[in-house]
Write a protein that binds this ligand. Structure first.
Ligand code: S3P
Length: 428
């Protein structure tokens, strides 16, 4: 349980955001199926990415930590297992969904399990396209454990009805070893880190709007440096906009346009952040972000193609909306119910308990602002890292202290969160 008090001074100074979780997963996966030796720098310290490292180590890939953020990986690109392979993916949906795409074409039997939350998350979304490619996957009514009997696959053209980078990546990774061409079309573009990294490692891949095509390809290992995670930076961006007198810089934040929906919302609400020192690292755009307190925020509508570009930021955006004048409406975000928790229900319950005027809808929520947050309660974060950090930021604005339950789950993506917050609070 974490106690959080109202902050009576601005946040200031400079922090560096740790590595992007999505890119860290992909760096380990793709380097493990590539040929050769590579170094991955600035790797995520989150538990989810450690689940991916552990899984590939168990598959016999040589992976060593040369320090806590640097990995050395050596592979000949061939994954094999003499016995049936069984491994847990912990809490990580990205691990389970992407690795299933990789293992579907490896000629051995694999069983992937997950913790309680992961076992409740829908897997049919990857099973369906992979089975159309010829994969043989057993599940328990579309849920983990997944039992994968490796088979030869064939390319398909698949039209997905959801914009999910995990489904897209699973199909593309299977497509790397399928006969013929694999094309994936999504309704709105979701994060494209898999496509960028596949291109960086030499795969035969092209993207055209919402459609990606991959041909059977061998990957050549190459060093990768991972940029900072905008989904982690989002908590500090919102804290800086809402806590009076804040003025600070967040260094090294990934600004891939498929992830910067949060920055669009900030400007739609009438605030702005400044991007400095823009450059590209291992194929991904990155910048430093200058954040300043903003007194007059206004509500906005968030829907359609906004959603995949800020899906993980919606909980902290709800906190931002509580301090914006008017009605902020989030629509078309029903997939939020399939995250580490039912993020619509759990978010609404937590934020209402501290005084936010928030209403649950089937596919999102409505926040009416601006509200003075009361606090003085214990808030349950349902073992969901992003809810825990969102409630912490809300706590900085509450009249009375709050306590965030199951706060330790922030370790899933962002173990450094509190240390960085203190750096900004204590910088005089
Ligand atoms: C992710 C994709 C998104 C996101 C998740 C990470 C990824 O999930 O919510 O935190 O790394 O591909 P969906 O693909 O289910 O939208």
């Amino acid at each position: 349980m974490k106690k959080v008090e109202k902050l009576n001074k601005g946040l200031s100074g400079r922090i560096t955001i740790p590595a992007d979780k999505s890119i860290s997963h992909r760096a380990v996966m793709l380097s493990s199926i590539a040929n050769g030796f590579c170094t991955i720098e600035n790797f995520s310290g989150g538990a989810d990415c450690k689940s991916t490292v552990e899984l590939f180590k168990q598959l016999g890939v040589d992976i060593f930590y040369s320090d806590e953020k640097t990995l050395r990986i050596f592979s000949n690109g061939i994954l094999h297992s003499n016995t049936d392979f069984e491994c847990t993916c912990g809490n990580s949906g990205t691990t389970m969904r992407l690795v299933t795409g990789i293992l579907a074409s490896r000629f051995f039997k694999s069983t992937l399990t997950g913790d309680e939350s992961l076992s409740l998350r829908p897997m049919q979304r990857i099973i369906e396209p992979l089975m159309l490619m010829g994969a043989d996957i057993e599940s328990t009514e579309g849920h983990a454990p997944l039992i994968i009997h490796g088979k030869g696959l064939k390319g398909i053209k698949y039209h997905s009805d959801i914009a999910s980078a995990q489904v897209k990546s699973s199909v593309l990774l299977a497509g790397l070893r399928a006969q013929g061409v694999t094309t994936y079309v999504e309704p709105y573009i979701s994060r494209n880190h898999t496509e960028l990294m596949l291109d960086y490692l030499g795969a035969d891949i092209t993207s055209d709007g919402n459609s990606v095509t991959v041909w059977s390809s061998e990957l050549e290992a190459k060093d990768i440096t991972i940029v900072g995670d905008i989904s982690s930076a989002a908590f500090f961006i919102v804290a800086g906009l809402l806590v009076s007198d804040s003025d600070f810089i967040i260094e090294n934040v990934g600004i891939n346009p498929t992830r910067t929906g949060i920055l669009d919302i900030v400007s739609r609400m009438g605030a702005s952040v400044e991007l400095l020192n823009e450059h590209v690292v291992s194929g991904e755009p990155v910048a430093d972000i200058h954040v300043q307190y903003c007194e007059n925020l206004k509500a906005c509508i968030i829907e359609g193609d906004d959603i995949p570009r800020l899906i993980d930021e919606l909980p902290i955006i709800a906190v931002l909306a509580s301090q914006a004048e008017g009605e902020t409406v989030v629509k078309n975000a029903e997939d939020l119910r399939n995250k580490e928790s039912d993020r619509i229900k759990c978010l609404v319950s937590g934020l209402s308990s501290i005084g936010v005027d928030i209403e649950e809808t089937e596919d999102g929520f409505i926040v009416r602002g601006k509200t003075q947050l009361e606090g003085g309660v214990e808030v349950e974060s349902y073992r969901d890292h992003r809810l825990a950090m969102s409630f912490y930021v809300a706590g900085l604005l509450c009249k009375k202290e709050i306590a965030v339950r199951s706060f330790e789950w922030i370790n899933i993506s962002f173990p450094e969160f509190e240390k960085l917050m203190y750096n900004l609070i204590c910088n005089d």
